[in-house]
Design a protein around this ligand. Structure first.
Ligand code: HEM
Ligand SMILES: *[C@@H]1O[C@H](CO)[C@@H](O)[C@H](O)[C@H]1NC(C)=O
Ligand SMILES: *[C@@H]1O[C@H](CO)[C@@H](O)[C@H](O)[C@H]1NC(C)=O
Length: 328
């Protein structure tokens, strides 16, 4: 009884903090990102947010992992030429897009969900809403649906007419990166080391292929032995490259702070995950997030606002793509 009371009081506290925090984020959106506005489609597409939210609810209901996959799509879009929908473009015989870049090939997923949302949005408001904005909203809604924090999404991004295979290969960090490489990759996008540590908490949901963590579970020493052995059972020293393991071994379908708890006990799945807690500069923040979900959720939301507004195309730049897979 007393416990419940305590938890309720705690929840109230968190709510008050989140309330105050929303104002801060709105201020951030209005000042630093003056060109994007949460009300951008207020007149031209009033049903937009509802369409995206309902479609994401349906998609997550069908497969929980889709929330993770769409969140990752936004990351991989925003890190290459900014949040411009470049990742969504299909290759053609005369055009090499980003889908077959090393970090994306055989790995990124969720495009059909974006296509489905786009066709519903086109039916309601033809030639009005960019694919880049749809992706930013869908990633936020998916995160909320699996228990994560919400954040205001500034709108008004336009879609790229190009993509960069080379950019995708060089600017999206590798799971083999060390801490300093991770910090530089995020710094190159205007994100701090602490933003990087908070954003990596996205690995509280979703899955990774054997090929991305094989070396870690066979060759590394800063890994819990029982955990490594469990993972080896479904990821042989050779073969089975596409076998999946959860990035958060406890609750891969729930957005919580267990990712950081795992790092404290050397149960990070990727080499890059464990780099955040391996005697370096981010150790104290990992400890803090592992102890307090509310602080993590707050910092994650603030960092998502930053990440989802990396150099958007606005005004007369780019276009409003009709089909997210190809330029008009
Ligand atoms: C810090 C550098 C990062 C590295 C090196 C990295 C690397 C990876 C790798 C290798 C995978 C597994 C992919 C596969 O095997 O197909 C993965 C999955 C994932 N990543 Fe990251 N990531 C990083 C940061 C982020 C960020 C910033 C986000 C989003 C805010 C994110 C969201 C995700 C999600 C949700 C998944 C699971 C996707 C799914 O299940 O479909 N990651 N990441
Ligand atoms: C981290 O990796 C980069 C390049 O991947 C390398 O140049 C650097 O020496 C490494 N730093 C440390 C501390 O190992
Ligand atoms: C372990 O490391 C060695 C030496 O770098 C490498 O040759 C081998 O392929 C690695 N094993 C696995 C399973 O990744």
């Amino acid at each position: 009884m007393q416990d419940t009371h305590h938890i309720q009081q705690n929840r109230m506290g968190i709510r008050v903090k989140l309330f105050a925090f929303s104002f801060q984020v709105i201020l951030l959106v209005c000042s630093a990102q003056a060109q994007l506005s949460p009300r951008f489609y207020w007149r031209s597409c009033p049903s937009l947010e509802k369409i995206v939210k309902n479609a994401m609810a349906e998609a997550v209901q069908k497969e929980t992992r889709i929330a993770a996959s769409i969140l990752r799509l936004l990351f991989h879009d925003c890190f290459v030429n900014g949040c411009d929908g470049s990742l969504l473009l299909d290759d053609t015989p005369t055009f090499a897009g980003e889908k077959n870049a090393l970090p994306n090939a055989n790995s990124v997923r969720g495009f059909s969900v974006i296509d489905n949302i786009k066709s519903q949005v086109e039916a309601a408001c033809p030639r009005t809403v960019s694919c880049a904005d749809i992706l930013a909203l869908a990633a936020r809604d998916g995160t909320v649906l699996v228990g994560g924090p919400s954040w205001p999404v500034g709108l008004g991004r336009r879609d790229a007419r190009t993509a960069s295979l080379r950019g995708a290969n060089s600017q999206i960090p590798s799971p083999l990166s060390n801490l300093s490489a991770l910090i530089s990759a995020f710094a190159a996008k205007g994100l701090s080391a602490n933003d990087m540590t908070a954003l990596s908490g996205a690995h509280t949901i979703g899955f990774a292929r054997c090929t991305t963590f094989r070396n870690r579970i066979y060759n590394e020493t800063n890994i819990n032995a029982a955990f490594a052995s469990t993972r080896r059972a479904n990821c042989a020293a050779s073969g089975g490259d596409n076998n999946l393991a959860p990035l958060d071994l406890h609750t891969p379908n729930r957005f919580d702070n267990k990712y950081y708890k795992n790092l404290l006990t050397q149960r990070g799945l990727l080499h890059s995950d464990q780099e955040l807690f391996n005697g370096g500069s981010e150790d104290p923040l990992v400890r803090r997030y592992s102890k307090n979900y509310a602080i993590f959720a707050h910092d994650f939301a603030a960092a998502m606002v930053k990440m989802s507004t990396i150099s958007p195309l606005t005004g007369a730049n780019g276009e409003i793509r009709i089909n997210c897979r190809k330029v008009n």
